[in-house]
Design a protein around this ligand. Structure first.
Ligand SMILES: *Cc1c(COP(=O)(O)O)cnc(C)c1O
Length: 420
């Protein structure tokens, strides 16, 4: 099936007489007739559901759909994007290990890596994603276990050179984890360029309507874990009566371990209702991503010519530093996030925010409604002016999540607010 068809049908194939629409299986537990079958489930010899912390039919359908869309071998849906990143990393890192991550990351990922995981003994080095391969390689240590980056970074969009990063990862034999939240699997599939694990905040475009927090990890099944660096995947897991994930599950070793070991122990599972809503959102993902991208490019071009605007950052503008990478990795569109600078700095930005009407002032992105955020006074408020400068967040910066309304109404709302 093509991606558009997977968006609609992927992951759920009703048999005769079963519901046409994916049912919400709001049940914690499952019933069995045969104790041996249940014993086999516990031994992972048999596929099936035991308890909804670990798996559930509604959630499994969502996992299968996203895995198909990304071209992976399996997926694990969890409570949030933050949980997806946490489990993706803990699945292969323990105290004493080290991660390399691009410095262009979502704020929550930065604090997870640099504050919380650090308390658990996992250290992190941030790298400039524009560095050359030779530069990047210099940051690798014997205890480095993963490389982490975003396809399009948050809050100011910047496109990652996926091929350079996967070449880097192969050169040093480390798994490449990509946060693909902004493009979604409709606009870009990082596995095609050599990434090994993909994570999503499903809260954003996958849900797409701002109803549900959720996250998902997809396994590319394309990393050889049996290289001496990932003993937890190759040696017996004593918490699972000595199972060896690579031996038992081969290319699905990583995603199986994440589920049966970490989701079991950490318990940050998705709810069936949220899985249903996220799946419903994905049914129109292809239509929405096309419109988000088209509207964002039109708004970016309009802002670029506006006398009250000092700069615009959208990867599909020919003037943009990411333009070539966007043409290469995002041929169908660069998603709906753009940033721009308003003349007159913080004061003018605040005045603009008071005057928007259709557009919402919201701490969120990636949904049908157009919204804006002023990072300097909200999400990044705790940073000093100097820290803001280092993070590339100017006082004049406004981030826009362009929705799927009629573009003329969006343009009019911006025009009136800029004029006032
Ligand atoms: C929002 C976001 C996250 C975190 O996701 P939650 O679902 O809010 O936990 C991670 N990465 C990116 C790029 C995001 O935009």
């Amino acid at each position: 099936m093509k991606k558009e068809t997977i968006c609609v049908h992927g992951g759920y194939n009703p048999k005769s007489g079963e519901p046409r629409v994916l049912p919400i299986v709001q049940s914690t537990t499952y019933s069995y007739k045969d104790p041996e079958y249940l014993a086999d489930l516990f031994d992972l010899k048999q596929e099936g559901h035991m308890y909804s912390r670990i798996s559930n039919p509604t959630i499994s359908a969502l996992e299968e759909k996203v895995s198909q869309l990304e071209g992976g071998v399996g997926a694990l849906a969890v409570a949030s994007g933050q949980s997806a990143t946490l489990i993706a990393i803990l699945n292969i890192c323990k105290s004493g290990d080290h991660i390399l991550a691009s410095s262009n990351l979502y704020g929550g990922t930065i604090t997870l890596l640099s504050v919380t995981l650090k308390k658990f003994g996992i250290s992190i080095s941030f790298i400039d994603q524009d560095s050359s391969l030779e530069e990047l390689i210099k940051h690798v240590r014997p205890e480095t276990k993963a490389i982490f980056a975003e396809t399009i970074s948050n809050p100011s969009p910047k496109v990652l050179d996926l091929e350079k990063f996967s070449l880097f990862a192969k050169e040093v034999d480390l798994p490449l984890i990509i946060d693909n939240t902004f493009p979604t699997p409709f606009l870009c599939n990082p596995f095609e360029y050599g990434a090994n694990i993909v994570v999503h905040s499903a809260t954003k475009y996958l849900d797409g309507h701002a109803t549900s927090i959720g996250g998902i990890i997809v396994d590319g099944g394309n990393y050889n874990w049996d290289n001496g660096k990932f003993k937890e995947l190759t040696e017996p897991d004593l918490s699972y009566h000595g199972i060896r994930y690579v031996k038992e599950f081969q290319e699905r070793a990583y995603i199986t371990k994440a589920r049966v070991q970490l989701l079991r122990d950490l318990g940050n599972c998705l709810s069936p209702l949220n899985a249903f809503l996220i799946n419903l959102g994905i049914e129109t993902l292809h239509l929405r991503m096309a419109r988000h991208s088209e509207n964002a490019l039109t708004l970016a071009k309009y802002l670029e010519l506006h006398p009250k605007v000092s700069w615009v950052n959208y990867p599909k503008l020919e003037s943009n530093e990411s333009y070539k990478l966007a043409e290469k990795y995002l041929p169908l569109g660069a998603s709906g996030i753009l940033a721009f600078g308003i003349k007159g700095g913080r004061k003018a930005a605040e005045e603009f925010l008071k005057n928007i009407q259709l557009t919402g002032l919201v701490v969120h992105l990636g949904e049908v409604r157009t919204s804006v955020l002023h990072p300097a006074t909200t999400t990044h408020r705790q940073l000093s002016d100097e820290e803001l400068r280092l993070a590339g967040i100017g006082e004049d910066m406004i981030r826009v999540s362009v929705g799927i309304e009629n573009i003329e109404d969006i343009l009019e709302d911006f025009e009136l607010a800029l004029r006032r």
